[in-house]
Design a protein. Structure first.
Length: 86
C-alpha cells in the first residue's frame, strides 16, 4: 500500500465517522424539537398534531420582541431623519 492510498483510507474512515455522528446528532435534535414543540392527540388515522403550550409561548414572545424591535428601529430612523447619528 502506497502512502497516498494510506492517507486516502484514513481520510475516508474519518469522514464516514464524522458523517455518522452528525447524522445521529441531527436526528436526535429533530426528535427533541418535535417532542418539545408538538403534541399529538389521538391515534392512527384520527391523530392530530398541534403546537404545545411551550411552542405557543415561544412564538408569542418572539412576535412581541420582533414588534418592539421594529418599532424602535422605525422610531430611531424617523427621529434622526435618515442620518446615521446615534
Amino acid at each position: 500500500m502506497t502512502g497516498t492510498n494510506l492517507v486516502t483510507s484514513i481520510i475516508d474512515i474519518l469522514v464516514s465517522g464524522i458523517s455518522g455522528i452528525a447524522t445521529g446528532v441531527g436526528q436526535g435534535l429533530s426528535t427533541l424539537a418535535s417532542g418539545i414543540f408538538f403534541t399529538t392527540t389521538g391515534s392512527g388515522a384520527d391523530a392530530t398534531t398541534s403546537l404545545s403550550v411551550l411552542g405557543i409561548c415561544i412564538i408569542a414572545f418572539a412576535a412581541i420582541s420582533l414588534g418592539l424591535s421594529l418599532c424602535r428601529w422605525v422610531l430611531n430612523f424617523f427621529t434622526s431623519l435618515g442620518s446615521r447619528n446615534r
